[in-house]
Every structure is written in structure tokens, then in C-alpha cells.
Design a protein around this ligand. Structure first.
Ligand SMILES: *Cc1c(COP(=O)(O)O)cnc(C)c1O
Length: 402
């Protein structure tokens, strides 16, 4: 039988995935598992979801032919512009879907974890829209270094809880959100921000983000006369923008999948978030995945210049694709990402999120034929990262004097 990279009926992607949750959450996760497909496949849900994506988020996002970059890399490069969505990234595709699901399930209180604050802002935004109570868990370190996003969440009416356990970053925020969920299992819906967490979350989030590849299909048909590219390129943190980008091409072997994870200072150093290169099989936040851990199973801290990729694990769908060779994963170091961010800015007039710049940097590690059609997802806009770019401008000096 032909290999499938979608989730199986038990919630696994090969050896990865599953639902490893404490007894007290079993019912919550089971209720969600039973509810999610009937709800999201209903006409009522689809109508509401797609109307909001169109009128509120601003979809479809453009598929833009990047002429100068195409010439430079010797291919036909198209950018999928998730940076143009309301709130500035792909995250809102997922939070809109999950909050509609939460309402259908009769939940009244929303919680979420956030690292850089992008998922927190996207969650607080839809909670304001739907008039729902919203509490966000965020590591204290991130609260300090992502202050603007914290203020945005507060302005939107969310309560932000600084988390002071562990390294006080994303991984600790996830643990704290799960702890809160254990205390309020009946009224609370946990909006998970990426293709991680216990089944059905990875599949749920992938489906909510799959609007990206659904659009790529008809947009390519219009622009190049066939509905599939030769290459898809995306960055991967937990894996949601990448999952959305590849979803409708997952089992289509004509399409090569190239992903960029955060190398930090380098995969061979202690300062890295390259989980697919460095991780080993483990369980983190309810799911079996590749995790950066010590030989005795202590979770190691991830390190990267990009707050949105700063997580010691990676979603089960991507673990499975990588170990089976369905995807080719490059580790992109901080300086390569900075350089690529400047390059896209100067060549196309698009300042990408530093996360998305990792995907752009992967182009340098690939070789193309002139006619190859390449679709690269720009997962978010770079306004939040301007200071980081400027503080590191020496890494892209050839793009001029500042
Ligand atoms: C959160 C974020 C990411 C990383 O998350 P994924 O789930 O891997 O997509 C990438 N880009 C941007 C702009 C983000 O906000």
C-alpha cells in the first residue's frame, strides 16, 4: 500500500503523535476527538469559517511571483503571502477555526500558550471578536522581550499570565496552560497554536491551516497552468504553517517538500533549536515526537534568534515526514536567516518575520532547474523583528550601509 503521511485512526503519524495526557484531561481530549471532525466538516461551520477568513482575515492571501528572486535563484519563485493576514501571520487561520469549534462545544473560557506572542495575539483577537474570556500563558522571559505583543493582548482584553517555572519560555508556557486546563476541564477550551499537543490537536491545526495549500492549488492553476509546484518551502517551529503549506500535497510525490528549522548558532553547538536534526524520540506536551533532551530524558532548552521557532520539540507530522524522507529539512542558522531577511526586503520590498526568513535562507542550500516552480510560504510579517534585524545588520552588510 502507498505510504500516507496523514494521521491514522489512532492519532499517530508513524511512530509519532498519540495522546499522552493525565487522567484528569482524558475526558476533555476524548470529547474534542469525537467532536472535531463532525463539527469542522459541517456546512454550518465551513460557511462561518470561510466567511471570516474572507472578510475578517483578508483571504485568499496572494500568491506573488517574486521576479528578482526568481532570477537570482534560477527558478520560478512564488511567495504565499501569509504575512498579509490580519494580525500579521498564519496563526489566525487556526485561532478562528478553533474558537468556532469551542463555541459549538459550549465552552465559555479560552486559554492559550504563546512564545513570541503571535499566537497569543491571534487568540486574544478572536476572543474579542467572539466576546469570550481569554487567558494567555507566556514565559516571563518572553513577556519581557516581546513587550509590544503583551500590550496588544491586554488591549484586546486578554489576561496575560507570566510563567516563572523552568526557563520561563514557550515550553514552560505550554506546561502551565495544560496545568490550567486540568483545573478547569469542563468550561475551558485550550486553543493550541501549532501542530503539537495530544491528538487530535496536530490534525485539527493542520486542517485549519490547510486553507493555505487549498489556495495554492487554484492559484498555481491560474498562474502556471498546473495545480502543483515542484517544490514547497516553509519554516518549521511546531510545524503549523508548514503543515498548511503541504497539506493538499502530502501524498503527492511529484511535489518535493523542503523545510527550514532553526539552527541557532549551529546544529553542532549547545545553542540550537534544530529539533529534527538533534532530537530523539520522547514525549512532550502530550505527544510522541522528536525532542531535544539529555540522555536521561530532561528537556533541553532551545536556542534561536527567532522567538517563534524557539521550542525543543516539533510536531509529529513533521517528525514522521522527516524520518521517512518525505521532507528534506535544513537547519538554518541565525546569521543565515538575518541575511535572507535583508535579501527579501531589498529584492522584493517584503520584510519577513525572522521565522519566515529561515525558509528564504533554505533557497541558498538548494539547486534548481530554470522551469522549477517553487512556492515558499512567508508565514508572517517582520514588523515585530525590525529591532533584531537592525541589531544584527553586520550579518548582511552587502545590502548596504544603514
Ligand atoms: C509562530 C510562527 C511560526 C512558527 O510556528 P509554526 O507552527 O511552525 O508555523 C513561524 N512563523 C511565524 C510568523 C510565526 O508567528
Amino acid at each position: 500500500m502507498k505510504e500516507s503521511y496523514f494521521v491514522d485512526e489512532n492519532g499517530f503519524y508513524g511512530d509519532f503523535g498519540g495522546a499522552y495526557v493525565p487522567e484528569i484531561l482524558y475526558k476533555c481530549v476524548e470529547d474534542l476527538r469525537k467532536a472535531y471532525l463532525p463539527v469542522i466538516e459541517s456546512e454550518e461551520f465551513k460557511n462561518e469559517y470561510h466567511a471570516l477568513l474572507r472578510d475578517y482575515v483578508g483571504r485568499p492571501s496572494p500568491l506573488y511571483f517574486a521576479k528578482r528572486m526568481s532570477e537570482k535563484y534560477g527558478c520560478q519563485l512564488y511567495l504565499k503571502r501569509e504575512d498579509l493576514n490580519h494580525t500579521g501571520a498564519h496563526k489566525i487561520n487556526n485561532t478562528i477555526g478553533q474558537i468556532l469549534l469551542a463555541r459549538k462545544m459550549g465552552k465559555t473560557r479560552i486559554i492559550a500558550e504563546t512564545g513570541a506572542g503571535q499566537h497569543g495575539v491571534a487568540t486574544a483577537t478572536v476572543c474579542a471578536l467572539m466576546n469570550m474570556e481569554c487567558e494567555i500563558f507566556m514565559g516571563k522571559t518572553d513577556v519581557e522581550r516581546q513587550h509590544t505583543n503583551v500590550e496588544r493582548m491586554r488591549m484586546l482584553g486578554a489576561k496575560v499570565h507570566p510563567v516563572t517555572t523552568g526557563n520561563m519560555t514557550l515550553s514552560d508556557a505550554c506546561s502551565e496552560a495544560i496545568r490550567d486546563w486540568c483545573c478547569h476541564p469542563s468550561d475551558t477550551f485550550y486553543i493550541v497554536g501549532s501542530t503539537m499537543g495530544p491528538h487530535p490537536y496536530p490534525d485539527l491545526v493542520a486542517r485549519m491551516q490547510s486553507v493555505i495549500s487549498e489556495e495554492i492549488k487554484w492559484q498555481l492553476q491560474e498562474k502556471v497552468g498546473r495545480n502543483y509546484p515542484d517544490y514547497l518551502v516553509a519554516c518549521v517551529g511546531g510545524g503549523s504553517n508548514a503543515a498548511g503549506t503541504v497539506y493538499h500535497y502530502l501524498d503527492d510525490e511529484r511535489v518535493k517538500i523542503v523545510l527550514a528549522e532553526a539552527g541557532g548558532h549551529g546544529v553542532d553547538t549547545d545553542y540550537t533549536a534544530a529539533t529534527i536534526h538533534r532530537g530523539t524520540l520522547g514525549i512532550l506536551h502530550g505527544s510522541k515526537m522528536l525532542v531535544m533532551q539529555t540522555p536521561d530524558g530532561q528537556i533541553e532548552e532551545a536556542f534561536t534568534i527567532s522567538a517563534g521557532l524557539d521550542y525543543p520539540g516539533v510536531g509529529p507530522m513533521h517528525c514522521n515526514m522527516a524520518v521517512k524522507g518525505r521532507s528534506k529539512v535544513f537547519a538554518v542558522n541565525d546569521d543565515e536567516a538575518i541575511y535572507a531577511g535583508y535579501e527579501l526586503t531589498r529584492m522584493e520590498g517584503i520584510i519577513p518575520a525572522i521565522e519566515s526568513a529561515h525558509a528564504v535562507a533554505a533557497l541558498k542550500k538548494m539547486s534548481f532547474k530554470k522551469d522549477d516552480v517553487v512556492v515558499l510560504t512567508v508565514s508572517g510579517r517582520g514588523d515585530k523583528d525590525v529591532e533584531t534585524y537592525l541589531n544584527n545588520k553586520d550579518k548582511a552588510l552587502e545590502y548596504g550601509k544603514f
